[in-house]
Design a protein around this ligand. Structure first.
Ligand code: DGL
Length: 259
């Protein structure tokens, strides 16, 4: 079982930001990544639609024999992970906006969260926010339009910069000192965000935390790969494989999948 792959899925190419962290921390592991780009963005879909797509992605990865599933999508995690955990036997690792570290460390008592509508309206997000952000001003902002631009390969464009400018404005007015990236597509925007934010504003992205949690669970369940052959790593997309290749800088094997 331990030489079976780690399965990772996202609504599209964004989850590769998590894939890279997991691969860096666990270079010996076989991995399969699924980008459901044909159905992106998930962020504006209903909870039921997000759950059904998450089931479909999970079953694809389970058919490939995955020993653990990383839901590399905040929208799918916040809307579907409890269902997935109740339904399937393998462990699931999820990602949700890192409100806790931002709320614990803010000095200005104001933090910004940029995420999808599906994430910000989920029960899980509200629960976490109520738990940790008591007495703190949380500026929630839906990143409408960002995911489609990234999915079509328009990362470094003026259109993207204009969108970010618009979304950051209310946060900067509220004097935030932490910006939480609540969508796995957004870490690719960090270089652009850094040119737009004052130095005092720290950006929080949870990719490394997800990788560490994946390692901890594999270790505790005796599932770390003990073979030392070159790992098999494959990334599939059901839409623009070129966009996937560009974000991976051509370093990994990708393929189109009619899914
Ligand atoms: N990467 C996603 C997330 O973390 C999904 C965004 C979307 O498809 O709307 O939420």
């Amino acid at each position: 079982m331990s030489n079976k792959p780690i399965g990772i899925f996202d609504s599209g190419v964004g989850g590769t930001s998590i894939f890279k962290e997991v691969h860096m921390l666990l270079p010996n592991e076989n991995m399969i990544y699924l980008a459901d780009s044909k159905n992106a963005p998930y962020g504006n879909k209903s909870e039921e639609e997000i759950r059904n797509l998450s089931i479909k992605n999970t079953e694809f990865l389970l058919e490939k024999g995955c020993k653990i599933i990383v839901v590399a999508c905040n929208t799918a995690t916040t809307n579907a992970i409890s269902y997935l955990r109740e339904t399937y036997d393998v462990p699931f690792i999820g990602i949700e906006p890192a409100i806790k570290p931002a709320a614990l460390n803010t000095k200005t008592k104001a933090i910004g969260i940029l995420a999808t509508k599906g994430t910000l309206s989920s029960q899980l997000f509200h629960k976490t926010s109520d738990l940790y952000a008591n007495g703190i001003k949380v500026i929630e902002q839906v990143g409408e339009g960002i995911v489609p631009l990234i999915e079509s390969g328009q990362l470094h464009t003026n259109q993207m910069k204009d969108l970010l400018q618009m979304y950051l404005e209310p946060m900067l007015k509220a004097n935030i000192d932490y910006l939480v990236l609540g969508c796995t597509h957004y870490p690719y925007l960090i270089p652009m965000l850094e040119t737009m934010l004052p130095k005092e504003v720290k950006i929080i992205d949870s990719g490394l935390a997800v990788a560490k949690q994946t390692k901890a669970i594999l270790h505790s369940q005796n599932l770390l790969n003990s073979e030392i052959n070159k790992p098999s790593i494959k990334l599939y997309s059901n839409r623009n494989v070129e966009v996937l290749d560009a974000l991976l800088e051509g370093k990994f094997e990708t393929a189109y999948l009619d899914f």
